[in-house]
Design a binder for this molecule. Structure first.
Ligand SMILES: O=C(O)C1=C[C@@H](OP(=O)(O)O)[C@@H](O)[C@H](O)C1
Ligand SMILES: C=C(OP(=O)(O)O)C(=O)O
Length: 444
């Protein structure tokens, strides 16, 4: 897709014209919307791994259908697993079959969950497996994980750059035992090892020296238990028992990081949005983004059936630590120019090793929008100015979150925003532009 998509403030029926006044309880908003958000990428990826590793046929209900998860499912097919699809469910047969089970080439596309989780599934098998990924994913690190796998006796070689794809594994099962891991750059290293634990002969005892994105590990632990594994945490040590996984039926909840764009847009424009299926009991830490919006002045209700965010006309500046929810850092950076004071986001060094260097990408695009911004090794500070934000072409760096975040900015920028690569949203939300434009257009 070329640079044809544009998200723009509406001059005729402006969605940012006036903010409803807050008074009393309940909703005073004329403008209400319910948005169905596609399934969680992180939960779909884990569910695919767990289903493949389980002892029978598993049905995944409402999996995310996007490039990352299609790539994960294709990877499983390459490794000899049967994946059946209907529009709303995928069925995975947990027994790899045919020659692919012992000799396979897997292409992980842009997906770090695929590129980091699938090699550990392969390591638990018996055969020769080669993994490669897109240029974007090849640049992203995985050395702490591959080092830990080698420490556990896995015969693993990086074919080109040490600690990066492509890599090959001559697998003969994993005995298990003690291993130490630094997950200060990515929690996905720890998730990959945890998922492997029940497939080893003796189980795993993983000592973690540092950890970012900790709520993603909670998702992993919860889902492993649902699939019948025994795992416990003793401070910095994670103890996983052998015994494999049980097949079953698993329903995927909506993606909380994706929902952040709609929540942020509501807070920014003074409208109200409800995302069903993502409420109390949700597994994903990124739902915590609504607490940031609440601190800024939005009204937030998290109920058993879903979450509602309503803009109040107030969008206060703040300082916030986003170590646990850093996928929503660009969402906050993109609405920060409209806050009443500076917005400082801290402890997000790992966002520099995502699909792109997100601190630099946010700073670059905010500057294109005429906004003053400063960055450091692990922080960004955005200074709203007195002038309106005119709009700009956004440099995406092939990063879906840069596109989806700055689409929100476009709702308040009279000149709107356009993108050099709008299609990169395919990674997690192929229908983003249509869905977002239709939703924004429905607001009065
Ligand atoms: O485990 C997961 O599904 C994810 C963990 C996070 O990555 P890091 O742990 O690398 O921060 C997050 O950014 C990514 O989108 C998904
Ligand atoms: C960082 C992300 O993806 P991943 O690490 O799974 O490729 C993301 O979706 O923002």
């Amino acid at each position: 897709m070329g640079g044809t998509v544009r998200h723009q403030a509406r001059a005729d029926r402006s969605i940012w014209r006036t903010f409803p006044r807050r008074s009393g309880s309940g909703s005073q908003h004329e403008d209400m919307a319910v948005v169905d958000i596609p399934g969680s990428k992180s939960i779909t990826a884990r569910a695919l791994f767990l289903a493949a590793a389980a002892d029978g046929v598993t049905t995944l209900v409402r999996p995310l259908r996007s490039d990352d998860t299609e790539g994960f499912a294709e990877g499983l097919t390459r490794l000899g697993y049967r994946v059946g699809r209907t529009p709303h469910a995928w069925q995975i047969d947990g027994r790899p079959q045919g020659p692919a089970a012992t000799d396979a080439d897997v292409y992980c596309r842009d997906g770090a969950t695929t590129a980091r989780f699938l090699p550990t599934l392969a390591a638990a098998g018996h055969g020769t497996y080669r993994f490669d990924a897109s240029p974007q994913m090849r640049r992203r690190p995985l050395l702490p994980l591959t080092r830990a796998l080698r420490d556990l006796g896995v015969d693993l070689r990086h074919d080109e750059a040490e600690g990066h794809h492509p890599l090959r594994i001559a697998a003969a099962g994993v005995e298990g035992g003690d291993v130490t891991l630094d997950a200060g750059q990515s929690s996905q290293y720890l998730t990959a090892l945890l998922l492997l634990g029940p497939l080893t002969r003796k189980g795993l005892r993983i000592t973690v020296t540092d950890l970012v994105s900790a709520p993603y590990v909670e998702i992993t632990l919860a889902m492993m238990r649902t699939f019948g594994a025994s795992v416990r945490r003793e401070g910095e040590v994670f103890v996983v028992s052998p015994g494999g996984y049980r097949a079953g039926t698993y329903a995927i909840e909506p993606d909380a990081s994706t929902a952040s764009y709609f929540f942020a847009a509501a807070a920014l424009t003074g409208h109200e949005v409800t995302v069903p299926g993502l409420g109390t009991g949700a597994l994903q830490g990124d739902l915590g983004f609504v607490d940031v919006l609440r601190r800024m002045g939005a009204r937030v209700e998290i109920g058993s059936g879903g979450t509602t965010v309503a803009g109040t006309g107030e969008l206060r500046g703040l300082t916030v630590n986003m170590r646990d929810i850093s996928d929503t850092m660009p969402t906050l950076a993109a609405i920060a120019p409209f806050a009443s004071g500076p917005v400082r986001i801290e402890d997000v060094a790992n966002t520099r090793v995502k699909e792109c260097d997100r601190l630099d990408a946010c700073a670059e695009n905010l500057r294109r929008l005429g906004v003053r911004v400063e960055t450091g090794a692990d922080w960004i500070e955005i200074h709203p100015g007195a002038q309106p934000v005119p709009g700009a072409e956004i440099k995406t760096y092939g990063d879906h979150r840069i596109v989806m975040s700055f689409a929100v900015t476009g709702l308040r920028a009279p000149g709107g925003v356009s993108f050099d690569d709008p299609g990169c949203v395919r990674k997690t939300f192929p229908a983003f532009h249509e869905t977002f434009a239709a939703w924004a257009g429905s607001l009065r």
